[in-house]
Write a protein that binds this ligand. Sequence first.
Ligand SMILES: NC(=O)c1ccc[n+]([C@@H]2O[C@H](COP(=O)([O-])OP(=O)(O)OC[C@H]3O[C@@H](n4cnc5c(N)ncnc54)[C@H](OP(=O)(O)O)[C@@H]3O)[C@@H](O)[C@H]2O)c1
Length: 277
Amino acid sequence: MFGLVAVHDAYLYRKNTTPRSKYLAEHNVYPLKPSYLISSSTVSIMSGSSSPIILVLGAGPNIGQGVARAFAAKGYQVALASRRANEAHNAGNEIYIQSDFSDPNSIVNVFAKVKATLGIPSVVVYNAGAATRNPPNDPLSLSLADFNHDLTLNTVSPFVAAQQAAIGFAQLPNSASRTFIYTGNITNTTIIPPLMDLGVGKSATAHIIQSAAAAYKNRGFKFYYGDERNADGTAVYSNIDADAHGKLYVELAEGKTQGPWQQTFVKGVGYKDFPVA
Ligand SMILES: NC(=O)c1ccc[n+]([C@@H]2O[C@H](COP(=O)([O-])OP(=O)(O)OC[C@H]3O[C@@H](n4cnc5c(N)ncnc54)[C@H](OP(=O)(O)O)[C@@H]3O)[C@@H](O)[C@H]2O)c1
């Protein structure tokens, strides 16, 4: 178990793990190429058009890119926010917003910037995450600073993002998608011993999503917790599939009504309900 865990979310760990830069270099995934979302077959959309808008909060080279690619192919304008987003790469139908979600107020600023630049997003994806490993047999040795930092990334900022998304959804017509998706993992239903604070954050946000899905469904707003699994229901760890996320997230955005808030899914299959371990 521990060996598998060591590669799960590896570059998100703040200590006791492979340094981020080394991970990125080894996986040849950074920096992002400008305009990487747009292929020649993608419909060209000028900024200020009536095309729908997706905001991806925590848009890196893997899931973030896969989701952005899938929505761009559907004609969406795309706003991508992360700490290393480079606004110099902005193009007509994609904008990059530099932001650090360890400050929850940064989320409000991102929404304001998207609204001023493109308009109100009808789809919002919160994809950033953070974890600090703890000794598997001593989860309570985690420092309060690390616990607070990761809880902010995994829950407090996603709460603000869902709040901002809902404020925007209320201003959009009923025909708009009005979908909020949080990228989760298995830790809201089971423990991974060295990742206690990741599980705390994902569990808390799962509750926010479940609550919002029930509360807003009559207004046509949809809230989802995405969790890719292996076909047998076990965690995918680092075998996460960016395109499978993009495909599912587009389907959720195109759905007319709220489906199961907890979207456990399998690559090549789609949504699959798994019993809680
Ligand atoms: N289902 C599963 O079992 C499973 C497995 C693995 C991962 N996951 C989940 O998938 C998500 C990440 O997926 P991914 O790594 O493939 O996505 P990604 O889009 O490749 O990367 C996510 C991006 O989030 C950004 N980010 C991190 N901390 C941030 C901060 N403080 N402020 C702003 N942006 C921040 C980082 O970009 P910058 O460095 O530019 O900020 C990072 O590149 C996480 O939520 C993770 O828990 C789930």
